[in-house]
Every structure is written in C-alpha cells, then in structure tokens.
Design a binder for this molecule. Structure first.
Ligand SMILES: C[S@@+](CC[C@H](N)C(=O)[O-])C[C@H]1O[C@@H](n2cnc3c(N)ncnc32)[C@H](O)[C@@H]1O
Length: 270
C-alpha cells in the first residue's frame, strides 16, 4: 500500500524524513485496510515483494517499519529464522509464531536499537517505511552494517508521480510543478481521515542518489501491476493503478568497498 511518507535529498535539499507522528492512531486502520480482499497490498505489493525476496528457509530477516509484524510472521512460517521486526507504532500481533521478535523502536535510530546490537541479517526489508527516516542515508548505512556479506535489502516506495498528480488535482497545477516542488504538504490518509500526515515531495533521482550515497547498488527494480485475472476481478483497482502507477521495489546490495574489487558485472575499460 502506498506509504504516507517523504524525504528530501539530492535536488530536494539536505534530508529529513516524513513525520512519524500519527502512526500510533493510523496503525489499526492501516492493517484493516491492508487485510481487505481487494487491497493493493494483497493483490500486487506483497506478492511482488515475496517473489523478489526468494526462498527464506534458514534466512534471518529484519523487517524495518514492520507494521503489526504480519508479513514477517508469514516468512517465519515459511522457515525464516532469527526474524526481528521493528516499528514505532508498537501495534503488534498478539499471536506470534516462535522465532518472531517484535520491537517498538524508531528506524531513524537503527544503529542504536538495543535488540539489534551485534546482530546480522540475510534479508532486510523496508516495505513502505523508508520515507520516515529522518536521515535516509544514515538509516540505509546502518542497515548495510546489519547485513551479512551476501545479504540484500528490499526497499519499496510509492511512485512519487502519484503524490505529484494528486497535488495537481488539488491545486490545479501542472505535473512538473508538483513533482519538482520542494514544499512539504499535509495529507489525509484513506486509512483514517482524522489523521493528517505531513509529507515532503521526492523524485526518482532523490531515491537513487540515497542508495548510492549509502554504498548500495540496485540489483533489480520492479513496478508491479495487477495480474490479468485481478484486472478483470477488480476494475476499480485497475483504474486506480492506471492513474497512480503503484509502487517501486528495489533489491539493493552493498557495493564492494576494496579498491581492487571489480563491481559486479563490470568490464575493464581499455
Ligand atoms: C505504510 S506502513 C507499512 C507497514 C508494513 N511494512 C507493510 O508493508 O505492510 C508504514 C509503517 O512504518 C511505520 N513507521 C513510521 N515511522 C516509523 C519510524 N520512525 N520508525 C519505525 N517505524 C515507523 C508505521 O508505524 C507503519 O507501520
């Protein structure tokens, strides 16, 4: 599902994530909406995230901004080991499989969460949560430190064009004006319209520059869509996707650090 978040980097300034305030109240509405039969998380996002994630049997997993921990619980049932979820809301599943640890903590302080000290993970997830990092590069660098040598990060964000388009509709402006705007704005989420979140725009290049600055390279990027069957079954969801595009998914790996190490897939130039 779309995240209600923003960050400012690169051409948009010096950093600073979305306010996390409001999530304690939003969390139950978010989980209810995610659980609906026709939620885009169920139909598009989670299946695509799952596919890129691959076989989790015997893998340790850290889910950053894990919501109630439901996705992580599913991975534990599929054989993931040493599974830890952190979320600021503390709105966690009461019924958890053994091996699932859920910690109330701020992802902006990933490098100092006591339960994570000295640990490493094969897979780290930021599913629609990364926008809340106060210092996005610092948070990703901290995640990189928590990765095993052959581990990867799976990070998803809402297509920034979606938010820009919504603002053109509200403000009677042009897409480029909103997409390249640096002004924060207030957003009432569909999960609980009594909660307003403050957001800041970001562009695709902002995101790519953050990955680079954190020493990560993109192994795979995806923009998942509804299956043919689901397009027919849920035309209102297809209409939404036609207009607002959906989410971006990135599979990120640490760049080699030594000067002698060639980049994966790189060729020597003569
Ligand atoms: C859009 S929801 C995504 C939840 C889950 N990852 C999923 O894919 O269903 C965003 C989550 O980020 C969490 N969050 C927001 N700010 C946070 C912060 N500063 N630290 C940790 N979690 C945060 C919220 O509580 C919420 O659970």
């Amino acid at each position: 599902m779309p995240d209600n978040s923003r960050q400012t980097v690169g051409s948009h300034g010096s950093g600073g994530g979305d306010s996390s305030q409001g999530w304690a109240e939003l969390a139950p509405g978010y989980e209810q909406s995610r659980a609906r039969e026709d939620s885009l998380d169920r139909l598009v996002e989670w299946p695509a995230q799952r596919e890129l994630f691959g076989d989790v049997a015997g893998r340790s997993v850290l889910d950053v901004g894990c919501g109630n921990g439901g996705k992580l619980a599913e991975l534990v049932r599929e054989g993931a080991t040493g599974a830890v979820g952190i979320d600021i809301s503390g709105n966690f599943l009461a019924d958890r499989p053994p091996g699932l640890e859920l910690i109330q903590a701020d992802l902006s302080d990933l490098d100092s969460v006591p339960g994570l000290a000295g640990r490493q993970f094969d897979r780290i997830l930021f599913l629609q949560s990364f926008g809340y990092a106060r210092e996005p590069v610092r948070t990703l660098k901290a995640a990189r430190e928590l990765l095993t040598d052959d581990g990867f990060i799976l990070l998803t964000r809402t297509q920034p064009i979606r938010y820009a388009l919504e603002r053109t509709e509200q403000n009677g402006t042009m897409l480029g004006e909103e997409y390249f705007s640096t002004a924060g704005y207030t957003y009432r989420s569909g999960w609980n319209d009594e909660v307003a979140l403050t957001k800041r725009p970001y562009t695709i290049s902002d995101l790519l520059n953050v990955f680079s600055a954190a020493g990560l390279w993109i192994e795979t990027a995806a923009e998942p869509q509804l299956s043919e069957d689901d397009r027919r079954r849920y035309p209102h969801k297809q209409a939404w996707m036609d207009k607002y595009l959906g989410i971006l998914i990135f599979k990120l790996r640490p760049l080699p650090t030594g000067p002698q190490t060639p980049l994966p897939g790189a060729r020597h130039s003569s």
